[in-house]
Design a protein around this ligand. Structure first.
Ligand code: NAI
Length: 247
């Protein structure tokens, strides 16, 4: 499943799942744009790791919720590698609170990054993906978008919103021969889970048939398939990567 010569932009890829996706794609020959919001050091480490594995990468700072910054990232991509073939909307945040205590600010913040960021990046890179040979959009949603989760009304709403968005963009891209799909990871061992108490994590793991959290590589392998030319007849789908949580 070579990604040779394909230019891939992965939002929020200085760490966690995004970084795992970037590394996988880079090792398969892709030109990778590592997007970061503030952790410049980690972004440069991610670039170095891809280059050490023989790939090519560039770091691009942009807060995905800021349209002008996303346009700047688009310019960085074009200057380094030309138009993007693949956009992975991975950047996401949580702001957990039981619903009755959730502030409108916590609601808006999660919508601005998780949905507003996806809107900005997809619109700015839309023509690139449309014009690409086998262009790909991959959106990173969550099992929480399907099942809901206590204290995450904002996040669950944003993550399930990605499903409708992906199906619609899949229709709008189809005439150009490009695809759009969602990946819905289960609970994955990254910094995002740091705030989850051990007792809660144990309860989560006990409900997973495969009896472990996902590793970033589990998610990255599926994204790599959806980003590759081999997935050309798969579009508008949500691929669950959750260890069997909904069995
Ligand atoms: P993480 O918190 O380790 O990484 C998220 C990355 O997004 C960070 O590098 C962060 O700086 C970046 N980011 C946040 N806001 C940004 C913004 N406005 N502009 C640009 N970058 C921004 O999280 P993780 O676990 O790697 O999550 C990645 C994606 O996977 C997220 O969309 C998350 O919702 C989703 N996910 C994570 C799961 C988990 O259990 N870790 C489970 C299911 C989905």
């Amino acid at each position: 499943m070579s990604m040779e010569g394909r230019t891939c932009v992965i939002t929020g890829s200085a760490r966690g799942i995004g970084r795992g996706i970037a590394q996988h794609l880079g090792e398969k020959g892709a030109n990778v744009v590592i997007n970061y919001r503030s952790s410049e050091g980690s972004a440069h480490e991610a670039v170095d790791a891809i280059e050490s594995a023989g790939g090519e990468a560039v770091a691009a700072r942009a807060d995905v919720s800021d349209r002008a910054e996303v346009e700047h990232m688009h310019e960085v991509c074009h200057e380094a590698f030309g138009p993007a073939d693949v956009l992975v909307n991975n950047a996401g945040i949580t702001a957990d609170e039981q619903f009755t205590d959730m502030s409108r600010e916590e609601w808006d913040r999660v919508m601005d990054v998780n949905l507003g960021g996806m809107f900005n990046c997809t619109q700015v890179f839309f023509d690139d993906i449309w014009n690409a040979n086998e262009g790909r959009l991959v959106n990173i949603s969550s099992v929480v978008g399907k099942q809901g989760n206590f204290g995450q009304a904002n996040y669950a709403t944003a993550k399930s919103g990605m499903f409708g968005f992906t199906r619609t963009i899949a229709l709008e891209l189809a005439k150009g021969g490009s695809t759009a799909n969602c990946v819905a990871p289960g609970f994955t061992a990254t910094d995002m889970l740091e705030s989850v108490p051990d007792s809660v994590l144990e309860r989560i793991i006990s409900g997973i048939p495969l009896e472990r959290l996902a590793e970033v590589e589990d998610i990255a392998a599926v994204v790599r398939f959806l980003a590759s030319e081999e997935s050309s007849y798969v579009t508008g789908e949500v691929i669950d990567v959750n260890g069997g949580m909904d069995l």
